[in-house]
Design a protein around this ligand. Structure first.
Ligand code: ADP
Ligand code: ZN
Length: 606
């Protein structure tokens, strides 16, 4: 069997994606690999296919237990003998797995890094023909990465202890130059074939909104995609609870996930999401690593994340099967301050000395700044992302909110001066909302009671919309002309920088998105036969239920869509469908062919 046959037979794909073939060739020829590919680009087949074609066993080091279980489940489903060894197994199960592994029962074994150097695992590995060692999430080995895990340092030690050195492949979705060098060093890669594939995910639509009311904005976004699966990320557990309650109140089938929930509940909620019993997940960033649910149609960030690395990884969980998907951030200035607070109050990493710790903090601050710029730029969002990750990009992509709405920049210098003047006159007295009320000439009880309607600044921006004034204050804050005190009731004050505008030396431009109408966000225009699509989905969920697997493990939406396009009538035609390999053909071919047949018959397409 050659690599293309393996791709088709086991994974049901007809062509390699960018980078996959070169990586596979390199590993098969015995050369180490260092591959940086964005989430969803298809890293797994890059080591799974060599594993199938090589003699011996492939070990895959992975940090996440849930990921291992999913991947092994998917491999078994595809007819590949695989197993995992991690702390979720009892000692008895572990022993049994190792015995079977030693007997050559598995082609691929997933293993947690801290297991590698345990006596029982070492004994097995030293006696077994290990042909390939694949290291997933390889950036975890670097102290400069965003997710340093000391247990990853055991990998090199493990390789040393093996009698014969296997070929080593390192894979990650995010790595700066420095991290790449670190990975190669720490793993002892030998003249590795290095490849960084395109970071662009063309099927993802990127959007940033600056809503006055986030819950309203969220509601509109979710209402635009009924029956779709999505993830809503929030920065805190409290937000998760509130947002999830709100969603459930609107009748959205949502569940939640954060580190404050008991293990059992968290697990059950995750399963509800994976199996589409609750297709909408509200979660903190604790959720998602290792979740490769392929039919996620949208990822909404209710709060701005802490850096672009996290953002692109989390947003990248949308549209994994290649279907169009939408990634939206609901930005507010408060998100910046929450992140600042979390950053300054985070637990120091015990593996770093003080100096290194300070350097890490500084980098984190810088990353937060770049994240904030993403949310306030008027330029193409895709271009911003690609350039952030060091890739050249065109100025216009046509598939992000800035390109689409043609966000306008207006000169807001005079209004900025009015706003800063107002803050100056009542410095450190009130929060943003009250300043907005003064400037807009509100007749609220609070304004009148405090006689703020007598202020010379009262109503000076009365002709501007609330959205505009909010954007003005957000921008002044984001660009450091004002700042907020810490604490429960933050109040606004001027910074030294404000002088620039007040004295007329500096100007301020404001990015104002045109009002966007929420229409069906992801049009299903590429579903050839919507009625058949619905029937196939229905069939899939029945099969999923009886087989106790998540629906997308049977077929992805992309596969169902391809069936609607190709209307296969014979097993051979069915094999032509994207995502259909031999094992799935044998297991599910008949059921799906019958459904398609019935549909065609009833609709005169026989
Ligand atoms: P990563 O680990 O890089 O995030 P995965 O390996 O989980 O990505 O692959 C993401 C999705 O892409 C999966 O649904 C997988 O089936 C699909 N995929 C991978 N390679 C191909 C290919 N050559 N053609 C079509 N789909 C592919
Ligand atoms: Zn764009």
């Amino acid at each position: 069997m050659d690599k293309l046959e393996a791709l088709k037979t086991y994974f049901g794909h007809t062509a390699f994606r960018e980078g996959q073939e070169a990586i596979i060739d390199s590993l098969l020829s015995g050369r180490d690999v260092l591959a940086v590919m964005p989430t969803g680009a298809g890293k797994s087949v890059c080591y799974q296919i060599p594993a199938l074609l090589m003699r011996g066993i492939t070990l895959v080091v992975s940090p996440l237990i849930s990921l291992m279980k999913d991947q092994v489940g998917a491999l078994l489903e595809a007819g590949v003998p695989a197993a995992y060894i991690n702390s979720s197994l009892t000692p008895g199960q572990s022993r049994l797995a190792l015995e079977r592994a030693a007997a050559g029962r598995y082609k691929i074994i997933y293993v947690a890094p801290e297991r590698l150097t345990t006596p029982s695992f070492l004994r097995f590995a030293q006696g077994a023909p290990i042909g390939l060692l694949a290291v997933d999430e390889a950036h975890c080995i670097s102290q400069w990465g965003q997710d340093f895990r000391p247990s990853y340092l055991k990998i090199a030690e493990f390789v040393e202890l093996l009698g014969r050195r296997p070929v080593v492949g390192a894979f990650t979705a995010t790595a700066t130059k420095k991290v790449k060098v670190d990975i190669a060093d720490a793993l002892g890669l030998r003249e590795p074939f290095c490849i960084t594939t395109g970071f662009d995910r063309k099927n993802l639509y990127f959007a940033v909104e600056h809503p006055g009311n986030k819950l309203d904005a969220l509601r509109a976004l979710i209402a635009a995609e009924p029956d779709k699966s999505g993830i809503v990320y929030c920065s805190t557990r409290k937000n998760v609870e509130q947002v999830c309650d709100a969603l459930c109140g609107w009748g959205v089938p949502a569940t939640r996930y954060h580190a404050g929930l008991p293990d059992g509940e968290r697990h059950a909620n995750q399963e509800d999401f994976l199996f589409d019993r609750k297709p909408v997940m509200v979660a903190t960033n604790a959720f998602g690593m290792g979740i490769d649910k392929s039919n996620v149609s949208y990822v909404i960030h209710y709060n701005m994340p802490k850096d672009m690395e996290s953002y692109y990884q989390e947003a990248g969980r949308a549209g994994r099967d290649g279907s169009p998907a939408r990634c939206t951030i609901l930005y507010s200035g408060a998100d910046v301050r929450t992140n600042q607070f979390l950053l300054e109050h985070s637990e120091p990493n015990p593996d770093l000395d003080e100096e290194m710790q300070a350097a890490v903090r500084e980098r984190e601050r810088e990353r937060l700044k770049r994240m904030t710029f993403y949310c306030t730029t008027a330029d193409c969002l895709r271009a911003y992302i690609l350039r952030y990750f060091g890739e050249p990009a065109a100025d216009y992509c046509g598939a992000c909110s800035n390109c689409e709405t043609g966000a306008q920049t207006v000169d807001a210098t005079a209004d900025a001066r009015a706003a800063l003047g107002c803050v100056a006159s009542l410095n450190r007295r009130f929060g943003i909302k009250l300043f907005m009320d003064i400037l807009r000439g509100s007749k609220s009880e609070r304004i009148l009671r405090m006689r703020l309607d007598k202020s010379p600044h009262y109503g000076t921006l009365h002709q501007q919309s609330e959205k505009y004034v909010r954007a003005l204050f957000n921008t002044l804050l984001a660009q450091g002309y004002t700042a907020l005190t810490e604490g429960e009731y933050p109040v606004l004050y001027l910074t030294r920088k404000a002088g620039g505008i007040l004295e007329g030396a500096e100007g301020l431009t404001l990015r104002l998105p045109k009002e966007r109408v929420h229409t069906a966000a992801v049009p299903d225009t590429d579903i050839a036969v919507p009625e058949l699509f619905a029937r196939l989905k229905d069939l899939r969920s029945r099969l999923a239920k009886s087989g106790r697997v998540p629906a997308y493990v049977i077929f992805t939406d992309a596969s169902l869509r391809d069936m609607c396009r190709k209307l296969p009538r014979t097993p051979v035609e069915f094999l032509e469908v994207s995502g259909v390999g031999r094992a799935k053909m044998e297991r599910y071919g008949r059921a799906f062919l019958e459904e398609i047949e019935a549909y065609c018959y009833q609709n005169g397409k026989a």
